[in-house]
Design a protein. Structure first.
Lengths: 225, 425
């Protein structure tokens, strides 16, 4: 997928660029409002990752500009301001999602995937990985074309893993993804463990392979072993 | 007491004193005048009598004059000269009452060496009546003057103080969120203009400071979160590298943990400053009952994992007027504490009606005073993930809405009581 990263902090934009490239996306970086406006008028992007606080302008204005120009790509707002007003305004004028800094890359990746999936007009509401097929429209999972019954959290967990294939996902980012960042729970890591265990068991029972690998010290990796 | 009432009250007291004193003085002086007049008349009559006695050398023919009683005695020997004027009451058997009299008692001798004693009584009753009548009129005059002047005073004061009350009302309605300037009335009174200037200056300054602070906290958030995001992103990238040894993994893990803690800390402090700055001033009718249900649902799996039993008892739908974001923060902070600091196979009991919310849970006994936990950065446990802001955020929120919150700990039993003002009262 082709992505535009609009972020004025060089170090951060480079990191995002590096990570998303590893995911197999084609990325371009714009450091300023002007730069972003120019890039975005010349190219077509599937998704724009947009920081609101830019040195020469407000990211929200960029969204308005894009909507005037009828650009169809998805927009993910990235902001240090967990300011509710900004969030609501952003979503109202056409942004697809909102992520507050600092974020986990796994989360960013999952959000981008979900935006692109939703904006995909070809009706591809399916994510497949070998024998696992997820119908994101109906929120259903099939293993070897047989329906797999998952709880809401297990389903979210599976999608999160599939959006971050071959990447290490920390337990922390899983907790934040499943519960939101307001929750700090000491025991939540055990909870993640239990959920991953259950998910793995369900997939294996349905004659699927075990793709979820435990990584020492960090968390998990969804990988074709 | 209102200023107007107070000034009227003082005016009332002082004028009553002045009038009583003035009335008494007037009464006494009129009385003195009347008495002097009476005494003068008595002396004149006596002198006339003495003259007649001296002229005729006999008791003159006394005409009975109304209200006067004259008694003259003549002797054949001289009498020492003496004179006194006194009050007396004389019993009147016809009316069976005493009548006040003023009388002169005078004795002396004529040139013919004959002594005489003259006593003249004069009724002072009618004089007293006159005095009373004058007193009454005076009283009515004073009284009506008094009423009128109080009324005038009140009306004038009310008119004079109106700009003051208008200014105070306007200052009371001052909303730091709104950029509307204070609506201060124009007045030609110098002091009130001065007051208005002060009001205007203060509110402008307050608003300026408030905006500054708001801007600062927003900027601080931005400035801290971006480097944090950089650290986290670099650690994330580092983590993805192959061939990491155990030591590097532990280092990255520590970096991640510290970053998360710093992030939570920053988030918590920003939330507190936002509450203090009344960023969340919009109010809605929110149902605490529904929020609790949602929150409990969110923690369901963790509670199952810890084998915590939950009892939720909602008598009425607790609907209160507050900011919806804060309501959720409030409830989720309280419930997450109840889950977090619970023990395996513990319990959470949640009881709510339209006046009070009680959350009690099992946990380890506290080693600190439970009320201290409402202070910032005060931690009851050495939990490394806890930043010690949760309950101080709760306290900030409850203070803002005039709710009272108490935390009691009895060995393994912890109880939070939240009393909120109900919508109805």
């Amino acid at each position: 997928m082709k992505l535009l990263i609009v972020e004025d902090d060089r170090s951060l934009s480079r990191s995002i660029n590096d990570y998303l490239k590893m995911e197999g996306h084609i990325c371009e970086v714009a450091l300023t409002y002007k730069d972003a406006l120019e890039k975005e008028s010349l190219n077509k992007y599937d998704c724009i990752i947009l920081d609101i606080g830019l040195p020469d302008g407000n990211g929200l204005d960029l969204i308005r500009e894009m909507k005037v120009n009828k650009l169809s790509g998805g927009i993910l707002i990235l902001s240090a301001k967990s300011n509710l007003d900004d969030k609501l305004t952003g979503l109202k004028i056409g942004a697809d999602d909102y992520l507050t800094k600092p974020f986990h890359f796994a989360e960013l990746s999952a959000r981008i995937n979900s935006i692109c999936r939703r904006n995909n007009f070809l009706g591809l509401n399916e994510i497949s990985f070998n024998e696992i097929r997820v119908d994101t429209e109906a929120n259903q999972v099939y293993v070897n074309d047989r329906l797999l019954v998952l709880t809401k959290k297990e389903y979210d967990l599976l999608l999160f893993f599939m959006a971050n294939r071959n990447r290490i996902i920390t337990k922390e980012s899983i907790v934040e993804h499943l519960w939101g960042d307001n929750v700090i729970l000491t025991d939540s890591f055990d909870f993640v463990y239990t959920h991953v265990k259950n998910l793995r068991k369900k997939i294996i029972t349905a004659q699927g392979r075990n793709y979820i690998k435990c990584i020492y010290g960090f968390g998990y990796k969804f990988i074709e072993s | 007491m209102k200023l107007l009432t107070k000034s009227t009250f003082y005016y009332l007291i002082l004028s009553i004193l002045a009038m009583v004193a003035g009335g008494a003085l007037l009464y006494l002086s009129i009385k003195k005048v009347i008495y002097t007049q009476t005494d003068y008349n008595l002396i004149i009559e006596k002198t006339i009598l003495v003259n007649q006695i001296e002229l005729n050398d006999s008791i003159p023919d006394l005409e009975a004059s109304f209200g006067n009683q004259i008694d003259v005695k003549l002797f054949n020997y001289p009498i020492r000269e003496f004179q006194s004027i006194k009050d007396t009451d004389i019993y009147d058997s016809k009316t069976d009452s005493f009548t006040p009299f003023r009388y002169i008692f005078s004795s002396g001798s004529t040139p013919q060496k004959r002594g005489y004693i003259i006593t003249i009584f004069k009724v002072t009753d009618e004089k007293n009546e006159l005095l009373q009548a004058i007193g009454l009129y005076m009283f009515f005059l004073f009284f009506s003057l008094f009423i009128i002047s109080i009324l005038i005073n009140y009306l004038i004061a009310r008119r004079l103080w109106k700009p003051f009350y208008d200014s105070v009302n306007s200052a009371e309605r001052f909303d730091i969120q709104s950029d509307k300037p204070l609506d201060l009335p124009d007045t030609d009174i110098k002091e009130f203009n001065q007051l208005n200037d002060v009001f205007y200056y203060m509110t402008t300054k307050m608003r300026y400071d408030y905006l500054n602070l708001k801007e600062f906290s927003e900027n601080a958030a931005h400035e801290i979160q971006t480097p944090l995001a950089v650290i986290r992103s670099k650690a994330d990238l580092l983590m993805q590298q192959k061939s990491l040894n155990k030591d590097s993994i532990n280092l990255i893990k520590s970096i991640n943990e510290a970053t998360t803690k710093l992030f939570k800390l920053n988030q918590g402090l920003l939330l507190i400053s936002k509450i203090e700055n009344q960023i969340f001033h919009e109010k809605k009718k929110v149902s605490l009952t529904q929020i609790i249900k949602k929150s409990l649902e969110n923690y369901k799996e963790i509670m199952e994992l810890k084998k915590i039993t939950v009892e939720f008892e909602a008598k009425d739908e607790a609907v209160i007027e507050m900011n919806d974001v804060l309501a959720e923060v409030l409830i989720s902070n309280l419930l997450s504490n109840a889950v977090r600091f619970n023990i395996d196979k513990g319990f959470i009991k949640c009881r709510i009606d339209n006046k009070i919310l009680i959350i009690s849970n099992s946990g380890l006994p506290l080693s600190v005073n439970p009320e201290d936990l409402f202070k910032r950065f005060y931690k009851g446990t050495d939990n490394p993930q806890s930043v010690g802001l949760g309950l101080s955020i709760v306290k900030k929120i409850t203070d803002g809405y005039g709710m009272t919150i108490t935390y009691t700990n009895n060995n393994t039993n912890h109880e939070i009581k939240l009393q909120y003002r109900n919508r109805k009262n």
